[in-house]
Design a protein around this ligand. Structure first.
Ligand code: NAD
Ligand code: DAU
Length: 375
């Protein structure tokens, strides 16, 4: 089996590549990545010498180059992670998001279509798996600001903090209602993927996942940004009042879910993937701050002083909460890691891998950070 994994030098893509190479020694993984500020070859260093792995620096918008790669590698599957992924950047520069997320996905779809349709077996045994987000569904209300017992739970989260902040959840048939340029571009790409199934019969799958956390996430996203800022004694910018709610899932659990759906999911289906693990930003931030302080041996409460309330993100979605019971009931997947354990592992990883953090935040990112927080 040969799988083209796009965006494999980024956060979730790299974790998926590691998972697949370890679990399936017979699979060939061909990673396609443009290496934007968010994609780093140092992330892929652990697998660069693996004979079943090949890295190709290609922009997914370059249809010629992608088609040529299809002819060289004869892929059975494509898993499309490549995207511009940061909401704040999409607010400043929506065009880059439309280019990569919409046109890039379309260019991959078209290359896959032309290549697979040229084969005698056509789409037999082929899959185009597109990675999407819960943000396409819009935002949910917060009807219980203090949180309530959730109506469903998982083995992994049942014995610890697990609250629902409203009565509604995102389901697979929730209507798309994206608000940010990022989520609008992701929604558009999802529609193109489904259109290629409905129009040309391409075997596609789309999954919509909640917020991921874990190793190798670019430190502009909440959790690694805050860990990095504590290390450098920089302010911790909390948007608005810190009341927004996100549903957090450990990245390896996402990789496991993709593996399960990739092998056993039904063509043309959508599956929601989530952690059943809602946190208000400010509560989560306090957990991160306490964990970093404890692991660095700082006095208790030391880094809480760095918390700084800043202007809210424009159009900031209030609450995301995924119902992933379809995936649990049909394919038996659920998160394996307790949140407490996941956060501990994550903070330790960033503190143990400061070289990686310093390496990816040098150069262009420094300039972006200074511009973003110049006020
Ligand atoms: P990331 O920003 O860490 O990585 C994106 C990768 O795509 C980078 O390696 C980058 O170099 C590459 N890339 C960007 N533009 C490209 C282009 N034109 N051609 C080729 N490669 C390009 O993102 P992530 O957090 O790993 O997200 C991966 C996917 O998962 C995205 O599609 C995102 O929308 C989706 N997603 C992310 C989360 C999350 O919490 N991070 C949750 C749900 C879904
Ligand atoms: O829900 C899935 C999505 O999760 C993915 O599709 C996106 O690719 C991914 O970036 C993530 O989007 P968010 O906007 O939720 O993630 P982020 O880490 O940027 O922010 C998490 C929450 O924390 C959000 O409510 C905004 C807030 N925040 C974020 C940053 C970076 C702050 O309060 N301060 C910050 O500095």
């Amino acid at each position: 089996m040969t799988i083209i994994v796009t965006g494999g030098a980024g956060f979730i893509g790299s974790n998926f590549v590691f998972h697949m190479l370890e679990k399936y020694p017979d699979y060939r993984i061909v990673c396609v990545d443009k290496l934007t500020y968010a994609g780093n070859l140092s992330t892929l260093a652990p697998v660069m010498d693996n004979p079943n792995f090949r890295f190709c620096k290609i922009d997914i918008c370059d249809r010629e180059a992608i088609y040529q790669l299809f002819e060289e590698e004869h892929p059975d599957m494509v898993v499309n992670f490549a995207a511009e992924s940061h909401v704040d950047r999409s607010i400043k520069d929506p065009f880059t998001f439309a280019r990569t997320n919409v046109m890039g996905t379309l260019s991959l779809l078209q290359a896959a279509k032309v290549y697979w349709e040229s084969l005698p077996e056509k789409y037999e045994g082929k899959r185009f798996y597109h990675i999407s987000t819960d943000e396409v569904y819009g935002a949910l209300e917060m009807t219980h600001p203090e949180g309530i017992e959730p109506p469903f739970t998982t083995t992994a989260s049942s014995s610890e903090h697990h609250l629902a902040y409203g009565k509604d959840f995102f389901y697979e048939d929730t209507k798309y209602n994206p608000h940010s340029p990022y989520s609008a571009s992701k929604a558009s790409s999802d529609h193109f993927v489904r259109a290629f199934h409905d129009t040309y019969g391409m075997p596609t799958i789309v999954t919509n996942c909640s917020n991921n956390y874990g190793p190798y996430q670019f430190p502009e996203k909440l959790i690694p940004l805050f860990i990095n800022n504590i290390r450098h004694r920089k302010p911790l910018p909390v948007y608005g009042k810190g009341e927004n709610v996100r549903d957090w899932l450990y990245v390896e659990d996402h990789a496991r879910a993709i593996d399960v759906i990739f092998h056993r999911g039904k063509v043309a289906e959508t599956y929601n993937i989530g952690g059943f693990n809602e946190w208000k930003n400010i509560d989560l931030i306090k957990v991160i701050v306490r964990t970093v302080d404890r692991l660095l041996g700082n006095p208790e409460g030391e880094s809480e002083k760095l918390i700084t309330y800043v202007t809210d993100r424009a159009g900031h979605d209030l609450r995301y909460a995924i119902d992933s019971r379809k995936l649990k009931n049909e394919l038996g997947w659920e998160p394996s890691l307790q949140f407490k354990e996941g956060i501990e592992k994550t903070v330790r990883w960033y503190l143990d891998n400061q070289e990686w953090m310093d390496n990816v935040t040098s150069g262009d990112y420094q300039r972006y950070y200074e511009e973003m927080y110049k006020d």
